[in-house]
Design a binder for this molecule. Structure first.
Ligand code: FAD
Length: 315
């Protein structure tokens, strides 16, 4: 059985999930790159892209690596460079709005003999200054991820100490030997990008906006956006139709940003410990209803983007 166990003070409800398994970011990324190359993509490693101007029927890109720099041009550039969105700094889509009291993210991998948690369970510890999740992935390693108040991390002397306090406060107990772990950090997580489209350029994934990792939906939002954007890439020829920009902004807001509502509500609940505790209590007393609701979060999109009328397709 695959479960989610939430530790939240006195309560630690266990919620049954659909069958699944944990997979590390490294394994997922390798699989995605292999699939993309099999479908004809050229994958450039260890390079930094920077989006330039649109002129003469193309959008320019500058690619930099330790060996030097070169330019590329494309009929359409899809920008999915994550939270930082650094490749966009020279474009009209550079601006980002970061939410007040936004957490930062950290993640790492722990060796199997250092962890006491049970396999086939996502263990989620919720504290007043953030939350921490741990799950077993391939090779019996453990994937750890947390969203933390940046001030609390600073005051605690680092991510490992902040996470230990949260796990203890939540009732999860001791995690294991995490002092020597090196964490991969992110900037503040909760953000939105007001402009996500410009001539021959569309922004998607975390670069377009993100909430928080508690509901584990970031990948499904990014995949749904990738699915939705396909039609624009097919419609892009010599002529650029400016309708594509407003179409993408509307499609994104309607089909992706709307799916982030549950996560936004969860974010508000998690900032109020008394409410999180009351919810944990309700989950303990109603495990079947909780399980039903949680299984609906992050399920694949049932929107059939192919059947929707595109403005550039209408005569
Ligand atoms: C702590 C934490 C835990 C999470 N846990 C989960 C989870 O369990 N399940 C889930 O579904 N989601 C989870 N997420 C969210 C998920 O990681 C993201 O939503 C998802 O990775 C978004 O994909 P993306 O392709 O938009 O961005 P990313 O996955 O960030 O990929 C962006 C890529 O672009 C590259 N890049 C950046 N700048 C440039 C540049 N200038 N030129 C070239 N390349 C560039 C980066 O190196 C990176 O490889 C978590 C997030 C955090 C912070």
């Amino acid at each position: 059985m695959y479960c989610l166990q939430i530790y939240c003070g006195k309560r630690s409800p266990t919620i049954k999930l659909v069958p699944g398994r944990g997979i590390s970011r490294e394994a997922l990324d390798t699989h995605l790159v292999n699939q993309a190359c099999r479908c004809g993509a050229d994958f450039l490693q260890q390079v930094t892209a920077s989006v330039g101007t649109a002129e003469g029927g193309v959008r320019r890109l500058q690619i930099r690596s330790s060996q030097g720099a070169f330019d590329l041009e494309a009929g359409l550039v899809l920008v999915a460079d994550g939270l930082n969105g650094r490749s966009l700094t020279q474009t009209n889509c550079a601006g980002v709005e970061v939410a007040d009291r936004s957490y930062i993210g950290v993640s790492s991998i722990l060796q199997s003999d250092q962890c006491q948690a049970t396999a086939e369970t996502i263990h989620m510890s919720v504290g007043r200054q953030g939350y921490f999740g741990i799950v077993q992935v391939e090779d019996r390693k453990w994937s750890m991820a947390a969203a933390l108040n940046p001030m609390f991390v600073k005051a605690s002397g680092g991510a490992s100490d902040a996470i230990k306090v949260i796990a203890r406060e939540a009732g999860f107990g001791e995690i294991g030997k995490i002092d020597a772990v090196s964490w991969r950090g992110t900037p503040q997580l909760s953000r939105r990008r007001p402009a996500i489209a410009a001539e021959r350029m569309l922004v998607l994934g975390d670069a377009a906006g993100y909430v928080e990792p508690f509901t584990g939906e970031g990948m499904s939002w990014a995949f749904a956006a990738a699915q939705a954007v396909q039609d624009a890439s097919r419609a892009t020829g010599e002529q650029w139709d400016p309708c594509i920009e407003s179409w993408w902004t509307k499609t994104y807001r309607r089909h992706i940003a709307r799916r982030q509502r549950i996560c936004r509500i969860t974010r508000q609940v998690l900032r109020r410990p008394w409410l999180a505790s009351a919810l944990a209590c309700a989950m303990t007393t109603m495990p079947r209803s909780s399980s039903y609701l949680i299984q609906r979060v992050g399920r694949p999109s049932d929107t059939n983007f192919q059947t929707r009328l595109k403005p550039w397709g209408a005569a």
